[in-house]
Ligand binder design. Structure first.
Ligand code: ACO
Length: 433
């Protein structure tokens, strides 16, 4: 039986002295070669996209992409999605353990009594164009929180970190819902502390001063699931952005605002919005073949949105849960004949059977289904990524706090392989070609 290696040696083909490097082991997953000492030898590694590089140690989330496994603090996502509400999962991510009844009640009370925004913040919303994308508004408003809540921004003080974390988690639904209301031209709805986290967000989205909103329990449960399934996903692009920005000691609001900006990209959180846009463009089942052909064409940059994942090479466990929720919501609302949903279900079937997608292990991802669920709930496409950001705030602040509490953490400063001009002399303008 082969034993695990404890060190690795890098040898060079020019007879330079080989470099010995230790191996590090975590609780689960691959061991890693500790390359920190390489710089002392004037040797660096090249890994665009961090395909093979662990940028930090973390004990929050574990993913096994081959097995389709996602654990938060050791608990499988299936169990958390089945038995917990979003605040319980947020508590787990932040504090490392599931809360007992008293801790849960206290945490829920703290979060639900900090949902209001400073009144001046409404003026920041009013500075945006009415047609601004909600993500653009969120990036701005969350960044501007550092101008309002600066009494607890010492990132090296655990109490300050906790206060800022609670503020972010509590106020994010209000910010997301207001970015939508501003778009619509409707008055901002104040939070209702008697409602739970998911219902409160739905109230701020859909109620008006003239009409209350009573959430359908199936939809409220589905929304809670969307929040839980998007709460954290280890070192993805936006979380790594939060860590990188925060690594300089930047305040939590600036760091989370940067995470929202990163999430907005269509290769990341923008995928659920892009999926629905793609389905709308497709319009009819008869055009699926044409789109699949384009997705396979190497000369075409088009990709089938909502398919594939950097880490999962089998079905994303979150996608399986969301798929079930998706059918529950479509059943509840009797939407099976809606052309877009019919199209989505047909596309899912074809892609799951098509050789190209099967051989490359490109399964529908969680965003494929969450986009469909949110559309069915009456949430406009432009809010999909904003809701992802709202949910991911729980993970971002847990990861940001973990980094700041780590005495070993350093400012993130990658190296590069320079491919530009070598040194050359300045040329006066009249001598330039
Ligand atoms: N449609 C068609 N082909 C695809 C797709 C897709 N959606 N995704 C990957 N491929 C192909 C690539 O062309 C590539 O083919 P090749 O090996 O012949 O060159 C192969 O599959 C591997 O693709 P990579 O780009 O190397 O995979 P990577 O891990 O870098 O990308 C990503 C993952 C960005 C998610 C990609 O699958 C994609 O762009 N998907 C569509 C966007 C999307 O749904 N994003 C949501 C991600 S989930 C989330 O953020 C919660």
């Amino acid at each position: 039986m082969s034993t695990k290696p404890t060190k690795a040696t890098i040898s060079f083909d020019n007879n330079a002295t080989p470099i010995e490097l230790p191996m590090l082991s975590g609780t689960l997953g691959n061991d890693v070669i500790d390359i920190r000492a390489l710089g002392k030898h004037g040797v660096y590694t090249y890994d665009p996209g961090f395909m093979a590089t662990a940028a930090c140690q973390s004990n929050i989330t574990y993913i096994d992409g081959e097995k389709g496994l996602l654990l938060h603090r050791g608990y499988p996502i299936e169990q958390l999605a089945e038995h917990c509400d979003f605040l319980e999962v947020s508590y787990l991510l932040m504090h490392g353990e599931l809360p007992n009844a008293e801790q849960k009640a206290n945490f829920t009370k703290i979060i639900s009594t900090h949902t209001m925004l400073h009144d001046q913040l409404s003026n920041i919303f009013r500075g945006f164009r009415r047609d601004a994308h909600p993500m653009a508004v969120m990036i701005g408003v969350v960044g501007s929180m550092s101008a309002f809540y600066f009494d607890a921004m010492d990132v090296y003080n655990p109490q300050h970190r906790e206060i800022s974390a609670y503020r972010l988690l509590a106020k994010m639904p209000t910010i997301a819902a207001w970015s939508y209301k501003y778009n619509l031209g409707q008055p901002f709805m104040q939070p209702q502390n008697k409602l739970n986290y998911a219902e409160n967000f739905m109230h701020m989205m859909f109620a008006t001063p003239c009409e209350e909103y009573t959430p359908n329990p199936v939809l409220a449960k589905a929304f809670e699931k969307i929040l839980i399934l998007h709460a954290d996903h280890e070192q993805n692009a936006s979380t790594s952005t939060v860590r990188l920005v925060g690594s300089s000691g930047a305040n939590p609001f600036a760091s989370i605002s940067a995470g929202i900006a990163s999430l907005w990209g269509p290769a990341h959180g923008g995928a659920n919005e892009a999926t629905l846009q793609m389905l709308e463009e497709m319009g009819d089942v008869s055009r699926i073949g044409e789109f699949i052909k384009r997705a396979k064409d190497k000369t075409d940059s088009f990709r089938l949105m909502g398919f594939g994942h950097r880490v999962y090479r089998s079905m994303d466990p979150r996608a399986s849960i969301m798929q079930k929720t998706c059918y529950e919501v479509l059943n509840e609302l009797g939407l099976h004949d809606d052309p877009i949903f019919k199209l989505a279900m047909e596309l899912e079937k074809i892609a799951l059977e098509d050789d190209y997608f099967v051989s490359k292990k490109l399964y529908p991802n969680v965003d494929f289904y969450s986009g469909i669920v949110m559309r069915a709930m009456g949430i406009p496409n432009s809010m999909f990524t904003a809701i992802f950001a709202l949910a991911r705030t729980a993970g971002w602040i847990a990861q940001w706090s973990e980094m700041n509490a780590d005495p070993e953490h350093k400012i993130g400063r990658p190296r590069q392989l320079y491919t530009g001009e070598a040194r050359r002399e300045f040329m006066p303008i009249d001598k330039r070609a």
